[in-house]
Design a protein around this ligand. Structure first.
Ligand SMILES: Nc1ncnc2c1ncn2[C@@H]1O[C@H](COP(=O)(O)OP(=O)(O)OP(=O)(O)O)[C@@H](O)[C@H]1O
Length: 228
């Protein structure tokens, strides 16, 4: 049982940007997806989530076919995506953001108790870290089996990222399979059990963090490959 991507090809702007990509996201673990800007990481998340059409290949979650389904069907089958840049419903309150995301906000509020205190705040007035928390909480509110997080640390201060990391680890411990795209390679290697490196739309390297630590050449990695 896993989220399985097989032979995935995706075209954008008239050219193929993902070429025959295969990877597994097992339940109960964090799998990291690394790669330089433009390698195709966000494209993979959007295609799995049903937000971009797939030219060939496909995606299954615990055997359920996701390929070609609309985003709401993909979510209903237990696969939630947190796109880059914490996209919350800015004009709605925190409580309403959670309400539209799923019937039971309890697991989301358990993961991020801070949000209970912010429940009446308009989401657009939250800090970047609070918005990322809310975006993660919205994804959790749908009780996903798999969670795809595009740039957890995007635009956030290290102290804020340090708050989000244990929450992500706890979700994996609770059995959710997490695919983590992260510009801070060191952080991704600490959190993940398996790592895939995309290079110009192909999986160029894969392995455990220990196997890859020495082999990750800067050419494959993003600009944010710094300390955290
Ligand atoms: N809206 C779009 N229309 C056409 N081509 C696009 C579009 N968005 C991205 N691309 C192209 O698709 C390829 C993969 O981009 P993608 O955003 O998936 O990479 P990424 O690895 O997520 O990089 P980043 O870290 O910069 O988000 C790139 O060549 C990019 O130029």
């Amino acid at each position: 049982m896993s989220l399985e991507v097989r032979g995935l090809r995706v075209r954008r702007g008239g050219r193929e940007v993902l070429h025959d990509v295969a990877l597994d996201v097992p339940p109960g673990e964090i799998t990291a997806l690394l790669g330089a800007n433009g390698a195709g990481k966000s494209t993979l998340v959007l295609a799995v989530a049903g937000l971009l059409p797939v030219a060939a290949g496909g995606v299954t979650a615990d055997g359920d076919q996701l390929t070609g389904l609309r985003p709401e069907r993909v979510r209903a089958l237990g696969v939630a995506a947190v796109p880059e840049g914490h996209r919350v419903l800015r004009s709605l309150s925190v409580a309403d953001n959670l309400r539209v995301a799923g019937p039971d906000p309890a697991p989301a509020l358990a993961a991020f108790p801070e949000l209970a205190e912010l429940r009446d705040r308009q989401a657009g007035t939250l800090s970047g870290g609070q918005q990322q928390m809310l975006a993660l909480a919205q994804a959790i509110a749908g009780a996903p089996r798999y969670l795809l997080v595009d740039e957890l640390s995007f635009g956030l201060a290290p102290a804020v990222v340090a708050r989000l990391v244990p929450a992500l680890a706890a979700l994996a411990e609770a059995g959710i399979g997490v695919l983590l795209i992260e510009q801070y390679t060191r952080l991704a290697l600490e959190l993940a059990t398996r790592v895939h490196v995309l290079d110009r739309g192909r999986v160029a390297l894969r392995g455990t963090p220990d196997e890859l630590r020495g082999r990750l050449r800067s050419a494959y990695l993003g600009e944010g490959d710094g300390d955290l």
